[in-house]
Design a protein around this ligand. Structure first.
Ligand code: DAK
Length: 260
């Protein structure tokens, strides 16, 4: 597939996906959602890639939401298809084997915040802004916003954001746990790459199973989550990486994990 709305770059075992519609503040139209879905599918199947970064191009926006111009013309049938495309993409990111870091470099509004919330870790630039403006447009946060935001920040704070459509800055997002860290704009991508490299240096199968346990566990009661955790814990004992990692620790040395 030739990409017109996204860029995919590679650095060692990291992939960086950049949504590249800066003139529309990287708003998500159907074509962009389809390209992202294709790109993430390719990365999921690439065992050389150990972590992914998602960011937006330009100076002021990660993703300013669904493309309102395109969306406003949709028939109910097309709106359903659009919704299904969006859900498929968000679920794909959430269940991608590799961890995904959102480097939020500006506006993360509506579908843009929902996209960031489908990622495992959110880093923000000081100029980042977050909000769910949907009810002001006569729609609702339908790419998972009503579900993921309360899980991340609690239902009181989520209700305030979803119902008032207030836009908050990076500091406030940090205080409520919506973002992990804040960096000056020019440092954001470098910091995201450093974090992705740190993750890439760890045992890949253990990293992937840890992501899977966290994501699955959010939708399970504690006992079921622990049962799943025990299963994936056991799986790591079938890997060479577990043998080599533990052996290296005991020998006071290090090992290069092979993902086997
Ligand atoms: N869609 C399309 N174009 C957008 C856009 C968007 N979301 N956001 C910005 N743009 C375009 C602007 O129209 C403008 O284009 P030109 O006029 O230059 O051609 C260009 O980007 C620059 O924007 P501004 O001139 O407005 O820039 P400012 O710095 O003045 O303002 C802003 C930045 C982000 C505050 C403002 O652009 C803004 O309020 N944008 C809209 C933000 C928004 O409301 N986003 C939420 C969209 S609704 C669904 C599930 C989920 C969703 C939809 C369906 N289903 C289940 C079916 C999600 C919905 C949403 O995300």
């Amino acid at each position: 597939m030739t990409y017109e709305n996204i860029l995919i770059d590679y650095q060692d075992q990291i992939a960086i996906i950049t949504i590249n519609r800066p003139k529309a503040l990287n708003a998500l139209n159907s074509a962009t959602i389809q390209e992202l879905t294709h790109g993430f599918h390719e990365l999921a199947a690439d065992s050389n890639i150990r972590a992914v970064i998602l960011t937006g191009s330009g100076e002021k926006s990660f993703v300013a939401g669904a493309d309102i111009a395109e969306m406003s013309e949709k028939s109910p049938i097309e709106a359903r298809h659009f919704s299904q495309l969006g859900h498929k993409l968000m679920n794909l990111i959430e269940t991608l084997p590799q961890p995904v870091i959102a480097a939020v470099n500006g506006f993360a509004l509506g579908g843009g915040l929902e996209l960031a919330m489908a990622c495992d870790i959110r880093l923000a630039s000081t100029n980042a802004k977050f909000g769910q403006p949907e009810v002001g447009l006569g729609i609702l946060a339908g790419f998972g916003g009503t579900q993921r935001l309360p899980r991340l920040v609690g239902s009181g704070r989520a209700s305030e954001l979803l119902l008032t459509t207030d836009i908050i800055n990076a500091e406030e997002a940090f205080r409520m746990g919506l973002v992990n860290r804040i960096y000056p704009k020019e440092e954001l991508l470098g910091q995201a790459i450093d974090m992705a490299k740190k993750i890439s240096s760890k045992a890949p199968i253990a990293v992937q199973l840890t992501k899977s346990a966290i994501v699955k566990g959010e939708n399970l009661d504690l006992l079921s989550g622990q049962a799943y955790e025990a299963e994936v814990f056991a799986q790591t004992f079938s890997t060479e990486d577990q043998k080599n990692g533990c052996k290296a620790f005991l020998a006071k040395t290090t090992t290069d994990y092979q993902g086997r």
